[in-house]
Each structure stands twice: as C-alpha cells, then as structure tokens.
Write a protein that binds this ligand. Structure first.
Ligand SMILES: Cc1ncc(COP(=O)(O)O)c(C=O)c1O
Length: 367
C-alpha cells in the first residue's frame, strides 16, 4: 500500500527563541515538535479494513467522542523510536523496521488493525522531515518518536473498534537518566505487570498502567525503576517497567537475559545487545534467571554486572536491587558502572550516532 500524506503545515510553529530554550534543557518527553502525523482506519479486524486520510498537520489536542473505545477498554498500542543527528547533519534512526513489526504484533494481540510496515516507516519519515530542526545534536540527545494507535469508535459494546487512528508525535530529548551511573531498582513483590496469556509481550498502555503503582512503591524506597518477577516460575526475573534486563557473567565471558516467554517485551535494544555481545566473542544465553540465582551469583562473584536496556536510556547500569526484605548489592561494586556494560553501551550509542561503523545495517537515513 502506498499512502500519500497531505501536508497541512503548522501556522504557528515554535520560534527560534522557543526552540533554543527547549534545547537548553529538553528533559524527556516534555516538549513536542510542531507537527504530527495521523492516518485513520475503518473496518473490522476480520476484513482488514482500510487506512486512509494520511496527513501531516499541526501538533495539537485531539477531538474525540467521550464514548471512544480507547477511553473505556484501553484498546491502544504504541512504539518508541529515536532519531539521531549525525556529525554531518544528517538524521538517522535505528532498526525502525523492528518497531514497525512489533507494532503489528501488538496490534494483533489487541485486535487492532495491521499497519503496513512501509506506511509506518513513511509516517515517521514525514514527521522527521518536516520537523527536522527539532532533532537536537548534543551528546546523548535525540528526537524521540512516539507512534501510537488508538480505538476511536464511539461505541460502548465490548468488541474491537471499527474505527482507529494511527498517529506519530515527536519530542526532543536528553538522556533518560542523565550521565550513566548505577540506578537502584525496586523488586515488585506485590504487583505483576503481566501474566501468562496476557499482554506482556505487547506494547500497550495497559501494561504501563499496571506498573505505575509498583513504580510509586519503588520511588518511596528511593528507587527510580521497578523490576518484575514471575512467582509461578521460581521467581524468574522478567523485566523492568520500561526496560529489559541483562546479567554479565564476567569470568565466563557470558551474558544472560530472560528468554521471551510472552510476558516480557521483545526489546529492539535487547536484540541488538545480544548481537553485539556475540560479536565480541561472548556467549549469550536467553533463559530463565531466578531471583536466587541473581542473589547467589552476585555473592559468589559469578555475576559481575547487571544492566537494563531500552530505547530511552539505551543501556543503564543497575546498582542495588532493593526489596522489603533484602538487598542485592551492585554486582560491579558500590557506585560502579560495569566495564562490559559501558563497553557495549559505547558501541551501541556509537552505532546509533554514526561514530561507529554500522556493520549490521541497522540505521535508516530519515533526512
Ligand atoms: C516494558 C518494556 N520492556 C522493554 C523495553 C525496551 O524495548 P526497546 O529496546 O525496543 O526500546 C521497553 C521500551 O522501551 C519497555 O517499555
């Protein structure tokens, strides 16, 4: 399907001064660029329906019927991608086809329509082209792109919506956690974010809604992030509220991450790290890793580093794991960033920003 996008430029774009002010301290997800993309869909899940009315238009509030299904039944999915400014001024994105595919896997789970991958990529290109000057160039900075799909039909019966919109918005961002230093994480014992047969592998808003109370609990205990485990699989570690997790077994030159069981998100960063670790001659394992193995592995010195990963923070060293009953110390040493963690981080960030050769062909030029 080739879609042509109607252009409706924003009559009141941000001024140069406003943009400078935003760039001085972008934070994460605080400011949005002048435009957005919208494509509407009508049909049924079974007949595939039709995408139409693709347009690039001014960023601004939506008008939706209060009965729109998204407000009531949470039929919503999203993606997260970054566009990076390279030193020659060009703008690139990282493994965008993986995000296009994942959006469709999420869509299937939420009974939302499939969006052709090329339309997804085209929509992102359209937005970044028109708002190119919103892509920052400072270290650790990027233009964060948020594609999402919502059920817009005004109908309170419980069934998949017959009307849907796909939209893309974008935000200049700094580094999620600032300069890398270990962050302590809270072990969620009272709340799960996903269960077997649930939506854990989909990137849908409901999963994040379910993780917020645990996040608050973590914050009360001085932790910026929460990690979830599966009590039905010997406390196997799953993932953080918004990141996957890796364990480095330094003596064995090995890296381990929880396998994809259907309850965790298949991260693009996770997949890339597995490849980069293999490229370094490390052995890589996707398998269950239990809380006990974590605790004992750190105590014996077998686990030498633990880190989290995702598009927003890229790679984030993990400090202590805290829970109501116990603490597992930072495997890399108190306050320390692990060596392997930082080496893989540097390589990955280098590829994304054009400083390191893109030997796997992961980058797509947007502008
Ligand atoms: C729950 C969860 N797990 C893992 C990830 C990492 O995925 P990715 O590397 O594709 O950003 C994310 C999001 O970014 C997430 O929200």
């Amino acid at each position: 399907m080739t879609v042509s996008f109607r252009k409706e430029p924003n009559p009141n774009p941000a001024s140069k001064e406003q943009l400078e002010e935003i760039f001085a301290n972008p934070g994460f997800g605080n400011f949005f660029s002048d435009h957005m993309v919208t494509i509407d869909w009508k049909g049924t899940y079974e007949d595939g329906g039709e995408w139409k009315n693709a347009r690039v238009h001014a960023y601004g509030p939506l008008t939706l019927d209060p009965a729109a299904a998204v407000f009531h039944y949470g039929q919503e999915i999203f993606e997260g991608i970054k566009a990076y400014r390279h030193s020659d001024g060009s703008v690139w994105t990282f493994r965008i086809e993986e995000n296009a595919k994942r959006l469709n896997r999420s869509a299937e789970r939420l009974a939302l329509p499939q969006l052709p991958e090329e339309t997804f990529i085209e929509a992102v290109k359209e937005l970044v082209s028109i708002d190119e000057h919103w892509v920052p160039s400072g270290e650790g900075e990027a233009y964060y792109i948020r594609p999402f799909m919502i059920a817009t039909e005004a109908y309170l019966g419980v069934r998949p919506s017959h009307e849907v919109s796909f939209m893309v918005i974008g935000s200049p961002v700094g580094n999620y956690f600032g300069t890398p230093k270990p962050v302590d994480i809270w072990l969620s014992e009272n709340y799960a974010r996903a269960g077997v047969g649930g939506t854990g592998a989909a990137k849908c808003g409901g999963n994040y809604a379910a993780s917020m109370i645990a996040q608050l609990e973590g914050e009360k205990h001085g932790c910026q992030q929460v990690i979830f485990k599966d009590p039905n699989r010997e406390e196997a570690i799953e993932e953080l509220g918004g990141m996957n997790v890796f364990f480095v077994y330094g003596k064995e030159n090995k890296i381990v991450t929880p396998e994809l069981t259907g309850t965790i998100l298949e991260g693009v960063t996770r997949k890339s790290i597995l490849q980069l670790a293999e490229d370094r001659g490390m052995s890589v394992e996707e398998r269950a890793i239990t809380l006990t193995q974590w605790r004992e592995g750190v105590a014996t010195g077998d686990i030498t580093e633990v880190f989290a990963c995702g598009t927003a923070a890229v790679i984030q060293p993990i400090g202590k794991l805290k829970s109501a009953e116990f603490e597992i110390p930072n495997a890399a040493g108190d306050g320390e960033n692990g060596e392997v963690t930082m080496a893989i981080r540097d390589e990955l960030v280098g590829i994304q920003t054009g400083a390191v050769e893109d030997r796997h062909g992961w980058l797509t030029k947007l502008v």
